[in-house]
Design a protein around this ligand. Structure first.
Ligand SMILES: *Cc1c(COP(=O)(O)O)cnc(C)c1O
Length: 489
């Protein structure tokens, strides 16, 4: 998309005969940059040779933009080293994020934490020189699709509770449900809605996938693209540890709170570790679901082809949602918003929009765990050693050893060797560092879930305080902070 900047320059100058300065003024007023990620591999850097071969005129314009940019920085008194660090065109490559930042009027991230990290880390030099360019627009999701359409039972209950259906286009009205969290009758109606949705989902999963899901168990969901930073590995290792504890009799089967764990995820075709993780989860599911020792206590399902249609069935039926990315890596997340609006509780890290969800629903109604952005930085700085965590927590060691010794690959010890090697020697996203805290919070979750009234009270408070996460509010913020215009009509 960033090629749009030199392309507009080309059209204005070559086709419409504008001079450079006028064209630049129009172009920078036309473009704004919304950054959707902090992962370096997604901040594109293109070889100049490739651009030169395919789009020679664009490369010429990019070189000229870069020269103008350097002169502008010099005039502002920016140090020569810093100017070099900020180069849009290095001679060998074009840094698209830098071109987008210089070539537009505004730059925004998609959650408060993400926008802050953009300013403090990723685009720090730019934010020092152009502080007024930077702003935030926290993402949102559409309440028409993700509440009204996906969850008609909850929609009716909300309308009954508020005495109006105006919330569908004014989601902050959900705040009016807050007092009803103290009303046991309302909370019981809310719980009945969730239960009916779970029965619906179990039927749907039987019909579409042939799964036998027990709707009387906790439905614990992790659905999102498969990526190491999102840490599906953390979830599956905790499931394996749980399985081992039940198998070994460390926890008596009678004491186990029955759970159904549902994963949904696709991976990029060439992303080997992600594909291995999908295969591992499926094989763990096969082993656990066929083991009579844990039957009806722990089940794992991986419906294939995770998409919006499946999301609309699954989200309203979820009790516990997993948002467990490594702090500082998930730009915003929108799944987290869909679940909160549908009355799931969230177990999550201080990452992306989780931070704002927790602020709004209240810390006591959000199941927080894990290291923070600052702690992640400190661990990288001291030389992160995943093996230390493996040695320190016997449950973690047992879970990883089961994977490496073939418990989920018919005895094959090579199957997951690449995955295990990564965990023990690299673990860039610190799955191992957060494992112990993650198991602890899961223990607290079991205690809380055994008190349905309290659990559902908290879930109601999640719904009541998530109106901010409407895409309508997000659009209003874009109108106000980025586009400087108003809504039509
Ligand atoms: C909302 C949604 C996502 C994004 O989920 P995150 O948890 O925010 O990554 C991905 N896929 C589908 C089908 C969705 O509906």
């Amino acid at each position: 998309p960033v090629i749009g900047i030199p392309e507009l320059m080309r059209i204005l100058i070559d086709e419409y005969g504008y001079d450079w300065d006028t064209a630049w003024s129009i172009t920078t007023k036309t473009f704004n940059y919304t950054c959707h990620t902090l992962l370096p591999e997604a901040l594109e850097v293109w070889p100049a040779s490739l651009i030169g071969e395919l789009l020679p005129r664009h490369l010429e314009i990019i070189e000229k933009i870069n020269a103008q940019f350097e002169a502008e920085l010099k005039a502002k008194g920016v140090a020569a080293d810093t100017i070099k660090d900020m180069a849009i065109y290095t001679g060998d490559a074009v840094r698209m994020a830098y071109l987008a930042t210089y070539g537009g009027s505004h730059v925004n991230g998609v959650a408060e934490l993400h926008s802050q990290l953009l300013k403090d880390v990723t685009l720090k030099n730019f934010s020092d020189v152009y502080p007024d360019k930077f702003t935030n627009v926290t993402n949102g999701v559409t309440p028409r699709r993700f509440v009204k359409l996906a969850n008609p039972r909850l929609s009716d209950l909300i309308t009954e509770g508020l005495g109006t259906d105006k919330w569908v286009s004014d989601l902050e009205l959900l705040k009016g449900l807050e007092p009803l969290a103290a009303d046991d009758e309302f909370v019981k109606k809310f719980a009945a809605v969730k239960q009916a949705n779970k029965v619906d989902f179990a039927n749907y999963a039987k019909r579409e996938y042939g799964f036998d899901i027990d709707p009387n168990t906790m439905i614990n969901t992790m659905v999102k693209r498969l990526h190491e930073y999102k840490r599906q590995a953390l979830k599956i290792l905790a499931v394996i540890a749980r399985y081992a504890d039940i198998k070994s009799g460390k926890i008596s089967a009678d004491d186990v709170m029955p759970r159904t764990i549902v994963f949904g995820a696709k991976a990029a075709p060439g992303y080997y570790l992600a594909k291995q993780t999908i295969q591992l989860i499926n094989n763990v599911a096969r082993v656990i679901n066929n083991d009579p020792d844990v039957k009806s206590k722990l089940n794992v399902y991986f419906p294939w082809n995770y998409n919006i249609r499946l999301a609309q069935h699954l989200i309203p039926a979820t009790d516990l949602d997993e948002q467990i990315s490594q702090a500082g890596k998930e730009a915003s997340g929108t799944g987290n918003m869909k679940f909160a609006l549908n009355g799931a509780m969230t177990v999550g890290t201080l990452d992306g929009a989780n931070v704002e969800i927790r602020e709004r629903v209240g810390a006591e109604n959000f199941l927080l765990f894990g290291v923070t952005v600052d702690e992640v930085d400190a661990l990288y700085a001291e030389g992160y050693e995943p093996k230390k965590y493996y040695e320190a927590d016997p449950r973690l060691k047992a879970a990883i050893d089961m994977v490496s010794k073939g418990a989920f690959s018919n005895g094959g010890r090579n199957t997951y060797a690449p995955l295990v090697a990564d965990w023990l020697t690299k673990d860039w996203f610190m799955t191992l560092a957060d494992f112990t805290a993650y198991c602890e919070i899961q223990g607290e979750i079991e205690v809380l879930y055994r008190d349905p009234l309290e659990w559902n009270r908290k879930a109601v408070l999640n719904v009541a305080n998530s109106g901010y996460f409407s895409s309508d509010r997000s659009m209003e913020d874009y109108l106000d902070r980025i586009w400087h215009t108003g809504p039509l009509a």
